[in-house]
Design a protein around this ligand. Structure first.
Ligand SMILES: Nc1ncnc2c1ncn2[C@@H]1O[C@H](COP(=O)(O)OP(=O)(O)OP(=O)(O)O)[C@@H](O)[C@H]1O
Ligand SMILES: [Mg+2]
Length: 395
């Protein structure tokens, strides 16, 4: 049977599809970023002072997901750094991966050559170490804090406040901060003091349109795929599908990469439009899987209630969902959340695209919500079934 594996290996070793898959990876930073000249220039203009050993203004960058914020920032900083390596240092931290203030500070300290135990230091001690480490660098330090949204929502902006004040306590080094988020409303949630110092300069990244996405895909595909494997029609389709959502380059690249993988799996020599449609379904299924799997427990219960209720083959009201949900919590011996909260959860599930909840006017009976599944029952149950706490409670 090991010949099965041999065949699989042979297929990827001499892929008829990919020349260098590497270039399609989402975290790969390409040498060229078409349609981001303006943003590269603007960010370069601000950060260039670091090349002279002076601290640039803090920058706050925002824009929807996949608009090139991370790629442009890394591109600008690594290019500046290559030209003046001893004038400044930069530290990149992804606050979604390092998702507590402790982890963020520890990452910064470690990247700059300091040491931190995994947990256990007090915030004050951690802050002292950060100051000491930064001072020892004796240079300008540009601190990139990417994907700040989740961190701030969960832990507030205390960390940002401390970081924007750090220069006051430093003698030799200077810190500048580049904050990045895809949540435009985040800016308004910040403490005004943080907002004004972090947002000394604000930069907005607009979404790409279909034509721009086509250019981006063409350049990436010309290195990643073998000649003649990806036609212009396939590129246009990926660009059009991604532009229809909001001009997300990551989405466009994912579609093309997965389409290539599907073609490869099927032993084809070229990528066809149908592979792109298949890729869309696959990506959507994976996304839904992750969304449902990571729901809080009571949200899973509410979703399960909707699945149970929709057996009746008509839309449900919030009241009906609440009743089924109460039945489930009773079965599990758990305390239930309020109907109000269930209604909020229903709205959250709607925003995540798992269900649709639309308000309909029933004349003199008033307004009511009609709740329906937007993913098929079986797929939802499959994911919910991965949660042991839910085993055996549905029929
Ligand atoms: N102009 C471009 N040319 C080539 N590739 C690009 C361009 N813009 C973005 N990309 C690629 O698209 C993907 C998404 O871009 P990036 O990670 O920079 O988005 P982002 O704005 O940081 O999104 P998020 O808010 O989700 O973090 C990356 O793989 C990146 O290399
Ligand atoms: Mg990013």
């Amino acid at each position: 049977m090991s010949d099965i594996i041999d065949n699989i290996i042979a297929r990827v070793q001499v892929s008829p599809i990919f020349r260098s898959r590497e270039y399609m990876r989402p975290d790969y930073v390409p040498d060229e970023l078409p349609h981001r000249e303006t943003q590269i220039r603007a960010l370069g203009d601000i950060l260039v002072h670091a090349v002279k050993g002076e601290a640039p203004s803090n920058v706050f960058i925002y824009g929807l997901t996949g608009t090139g914020k991370t790629a442009v920032t890394k591109f600008v900083l690594s290019n500046l750094h290559r030209r003046a390596p001893d004038k400044f240092s930069f530290v990149y931290v992804n606050a979604r991966q390092s998702d507590t203030p402790y982890r963020v500070m520890a990452d910064v300290i470690e990247t700059l050559g300091g040491k931190v135990p995994f947990t256990g230091l007090s915030t004050a001690e951690l802050h002292r170490r950060l100051q000491r480490t930064v001072n020892d660098v004796r240079k300008v330090v540009i601190l990139v804090l990417d994907e700040l949204d989740a961190l701030i929502k969960r832990h507030g902006d205390e960390l940002l406040y401390r970081l924007t004040r750090i220069n006051v306590e430093l003698s030799v080094s200077r810190v500048s901060i580049v904050g990045i988020t895809n949540d435009v409303t985040l800016v308004d949630e910040l403490d005004p003091r943080v907002k004004s110092s972090l947002g000394e300069v604000e930069q907005v990244f607009p979404p790409y349109n279909a034509v721009e996405l086509e250019d981006i895909l063409k350049r990436r595909a010309s290195v990643a795929f073998k000649l003649g494997v990806v036609s212009d029609e396939v590129i246009s389709l990926c660009a059009a599908l991604a532009a229809r959502e909001h001009g997300d380059a990551r989405r466009a690249l994912d579609l093309l990469r997965v389409a290539g993988e599907i073609a490869e799996r099927e032993g084809k020599q070229v990528v066809r439009q149908e592979h792109v449609y298949q890729a869309r379904t696959e990506i959507e299924r994976d996304r839904m899987h992750d969304v449902i799997q990571t729901l809080p427990f009571h949200s899973k219960l509410v979703l399960l209630s909707i699945v149970e209720g929709s057996k009746r083959d008509r839309s449900l009201t919030t009241g009906e969902v609440f009743e089924i949900y109460r039945g489930l919590t009773r079965k599990l011996g758990l305390e239930s959340v309020t109907q109000r909260r269930v209604s909020d959860i229903v709205n959250e599930l709607d925003m995540l695209g798992v269900i649709t909840a639309s308000v309909v006017n029933r004349g003199r009976y008033g307004k009511t919500k009609e709740i329906k599944l937007s993913v098929d029952r079986k797929s939802i149950l499959e994911v919910l079934n991965e949660d042991e706490r839910l085993h055996g409670i549905w029929s």
